[in-house]
Design a protein around this ligand. Structure first.
Ligand code: NOJ
Length: 537
């Protein structure tokens, strides 16, 4: 069993073999359904990913985070787990996971897996037994079952709403078929929330952590890390408003202080294994200061910086969020992370509204900041959001549950193109589970490799420079430089970065030194619109 990393076999020294590797690591998110299909069934899988690992090593990332591949009925694309220790047949088997981890380590890549502890699938054995055994079953105490309100229990127990739309409660049937208790699900009805006050739930997840650590994983991305503990008594939220996944309200089911005890107990396990295994919180909190609490020295190592992701392409707002992100983590000694895209949001090429030039400029700004950066598969190809998927192919439960009003997450999950031509552009031999749009082949790895103007080569060069330049990556400070309105400019040691967020050229004097990299054409004069430049100066 691989517990420690082999020496990296490619590229300059990888961050991943240094102590504290995560502090400046570039972590690449693989969405298993859509990365590479090894068996030609139209759905990505672990053997497909394994074959493409050399591509990731060559790209220059330090680690791979795999979205869930566990046994699941796929009501929420695998974020509904029915067996936390098994691989879903559509993705392969346990031996494939072991081989993937082994190969990744051989290439100097760390492997982070997704853990989904807030809820299980409704097909999980515990939940099925809880339903079968009826009210009073001890298994029901591992979830949140409650009698309904109203004379006949016909109203949900409180006013909480599901993030995917509609009430956060579904009424279960009694074993005799009559309407029974309600159960809580902050997401889809197929995703019942665990009751984290129950010791069996806590024990189970400690055991699941050990299972994957024994298999050699280097860490966990913790899904809904802010949601496991609910306010005592499950009080009404009282707003009467539709919830927003990205909202910053204080809510009785998110960011409760009780979650931190869980992470303290998990940290002991991670440390016990050695080899710098990490925990990464997917924590949506009202403020950067609240996020910092998850990163105290005895809790987790990283948290996604959704405050950064939610910031528009605006110099004042960007400076503010960068300062706030760095300042908020200094007291707890944690490294900041940066992220522009993932499987839940509109791809940043489309979201930022300025097409490919702006996406490239945003990427170079992000990769110049101190700390760790997350790259979502396909952003290195400059993929746009696919906005015209026909309704009948969409699989996102938030789309289905909201009568077509909201379908935000399939368009960033379309299988990525590897080759110009061929079935599903090299994704696999048998088509792709979401249709790829026209023009996908020209964005493929094959089409971009070796073209110095391509976005893929921009990412490769940027990641190489991050490894080579001593002032990129590590540290926790930027020194802001005077810059015209709309330009974000800072120095880090002998490194300078300037990003023009406006739609017109800006007079930013080039610092003495040499240009390392530019996101678009630059002749040393004014900084062109939507362009970022790196200097060694
Ligand atoms: C966050 C995941 O990223 C998202 O894809 C999922 O739907 C929810 N958590 C629920 O697990």
């Amino acid at each position: 069993m691989t517990k420690h990393l082999a020496a990296p076999t490619t590229g300059a020294a990888a961050a991943s073999d240094r102590p504290g590797w995560w502090r400046d690591a570039v972590i690449y998110q693989v969405y298993p359904r859509s990365f590479a299909d090894g068996n030609g069934d139209g759905m990505g899988d672990l053997p497909g990913i394994r074959r493409r690992l050399p591509y990731l090593a060559e790209l220059g990332v330090d680690a791979v985070w795999l979205s869930p591949f566990y046994a699941s009925p796929q009501a929420d694309a695998g974020y509904d787990v029915s067996d936390y220790r098994a691989i879903d047949a559509m993705f392969g088997e346990l031996g494939d996971a072991e081989a993937l981890i082994r190969d990744a380590h051989g290439l100097g890549l760390r492997v982070i897996v997704d853990l989904v502890p807030n809820h299980s699938s409704d097909q999980h054995e515990w939940f099925q037994r809880a339903l079968r055994e009826g009210p009073g079953s001890p298994l029901r105490a591992r979830y949140h079952f409650r009698p309904g309100r109203g004379e006949r229990g016909e109203e949900p127990p409180n006013d909480w709403e599901s993030i995917f739309g509609g009430p956060a409660w579904t009424r279960a049937k009694n074993p005799d078929g009559t309407p029974g208790e309600w159960y809580l699900h902050l997401f889809a009805p197929e995703q019942p929330d665990f009751n984290w006050d129950h010791p069996a739930v806590r024990d189970e997840f400690r055991s699941v952590l050990r299972f994957w650590l024994d298999l050699g994983v280097d860490g966990f991305r913790i899904d809904v890390a802010h949601g496991m503990v609910k306010a005592p008594g499950l009080p009404d939220m009282g707003h009467g408003e539709q919830l927003k996944l990205l909202g910053n309200q204080v809510l009785p089911f998110f960011d409760q202080d009780g979650v931190h005890e869980i992470y303290r107990s998990w940290r002991l396990i991670l440390d016990e294994y050695g080899g710098d295994r990490i925990g990464v919180a997917e924590a949506w909190t009202p403020s950067a200061d609240r996020t910092a609490l998850y990163l105290r020295p005895d809790e987790l190592h990283q948290a996604f910086n959704f405050h950064y992701l939610n910031t528009g392409w605006d110099a004042v707002a960007l400076r503010a969020v960068i300062d706030e992100s760095l300042d908020s983590l200094r007291p707890v000694g944690a490294a900041t992370t940066w992220v522009l895209s993932n499987h839940d949001v509109v791809r940043h090429r489309t979201r930022l509204g300025g097409g490919l030039p702006r996406a490239r400029a945003a990427t170079l700004l992000m990769l110049a900041l101190p700390g760790s950066a997350y790259v979502y598969q396909g952003e290195e190809l400059g993929l746009p959001e696919v906005t015209d998927l026909p309704d009948e192919v969409r699989q996102d439960p938030s789309f289905a549950k909201s009568d077509g009003q909201d379908g935000l997450r399939d368009g960033c999950r379309v299988p990525i193109p590897w080759t110009r031509g061929g079935t599903s552009h090299g994704f696999g031999e048998g088509g792709s589970w979401l249709p790829q749009p026209e023009g996908w082949g020209e964005l493929s790895v094959e089409a971009q490799t070796g073209d110095p103007d391509s976005t893929l080569e921009l990412y490769r060069t940027a990641l190489r420079l991050r490894r080579e330049h001593p002032d990129l990556g590590a540290g926790d400070a930027v020194r802001w430089l005077d810059a015209p309105e709309g330009v974000v400019a800072f120095r880090r040691g002998a490194f300078v970065c300037a990003a023009n967020t406006t739609g017109r050229p800006a007079p930013f004097p080039a610092p003495p030194g040499r240009v390392l990299l530019t996101s678009g054409p630059y002749d040393g004069g004014d900084l062109p619109a939507d362009t970022t430049v790196w200097w060694s100066a």
